[in-house]
Design a protein around this ligand. Structure first.
Ligand code: GUN
Length: 284
């Protein structure tokens, strides 16, 4: 078994983005990311801080809007409108989840699709479905990089995705399909999960249940990708996969932390760079 080192792969992506950013700056273009955070969810605060740090590392311009929990929909919409019109801002990210009185969908739909570095806007989701896209959602795109980093050929392999969220499961299945895997999706109403997961050469788990995937659910030699970020009974960070036992059985596995997490932010940086190029008509 080998760990897939998300930190190392993410570092390589960010270094490439940084080099491209320097080349863009010579053409007078500076990629800029605006991050909106509403309320005081501690996990979201950590994510947003990491995104700001990554912007600095890559040489981007960045703005952070930390809005109070009682921000109204009209105020949030007005901020999105202003950022859509701001030439310094290439990408806009509104950290989810939003407080309950705010409508996620309304905000997502309001962000200019060309600045939608999360790739959550229906225009971008549709583009991914067709396979003709500018932006890929950060977590699934990061996972594809991690799988590729192993050198394992995806073509014709059986891939099983556990979870069907709009952010991870659904786009993940589509990207694996585009890479010529044979894909099956498991969700909360699926009968006999284990019989399906045991067929997986590539298993991606994004269900938000601590240590749910046990060794008996995994095929020997599988590539196992763990998107989970949970706390175990001792309040220690853990994934959706029972790492200690599963790692003995698979060929490659992502640890938690240090697997998928760092990749998500690296791919956000890549999307922001792409957005800056798109807005300035720069190809490649
Ligand atoms: N909350 C958890 N993951 C994400 C993400 O990828 N993007 C945004 N905007 N919010 C999130």
């Amino acid at each position: 078994m080998q760990n897939i080192d998300g930190k190392a792969v993410a570092k390589a992506v960010k270094e490439q983005v940084k080099a491209e950013c320097e080349a863009l700056k010579e053409k007078g273009v500076v990629p800029g990311l605006a991050v909106i955070l509403v309320g005081d969810d501690p996990a979201s605060q950590v994510y947003v801080r990491n995104k700001e740090r990554a912007c600095e590392e890559c040489g981007f311009y960045s703005e952070k809007y930390a809005l109070p929990a009682d921000t109204t929909q009209a105020e949030l919409n007005a901020l999105v409108d202003r950022l859509n019109a701001d030439e310094r801002i290439s990408g806009i990210l509104c950290q989810l989840p939003l407080p309950k009185h705010l409508n996620d969908k309304e905000v997502i739909n309001r962000i200019d699709p060309m600045k939608d570095v999360d790739a959550f806007h229906p225009v971008n989701v549709g583009a991914i479905m067709i396979g003709d896209y500018h932006f890929l959602p950060c977590t699934p795109a990061g996972i594809m990089e991690l799988i590729r980093s192993t050198g394992v050929d995806i073509t014709g392999k059986k891939a099983v995705v556990m979870g069907r969220s709009n952010i991870v499961g659904k786009p993940m299945a589509m990207l694996l399909l585009h890479a010529d895997a044979t894909v099956e999706i498991i969700h909360s109403k699926t009968k006999d999960d284990a019989a399906i997961t045991r067929t997986a050469d590539i298993l991606v788990v994004a269900i938000g249940k601590a240590k749910h995937v046990t060794a008996d659910m995994v095929k020997g030699g599988a590539v196992v990708i763990d998107v989970g970020m949970n706390r175990d009974e001792n309040d220690k960070l853990c994934g959706d996969v029972d790492y200690e036992n599963v790692c003995e059985k698979c060929s490659y596995i992502t640890p938690v932390p240090g697997g998928v997490g760092p990749m998500t932010i690296a791919m956000l940086m890549r999307n922001t760079l792409t957005a800056a190029k798109l807005q300035h008509g720069i190809n490649g």
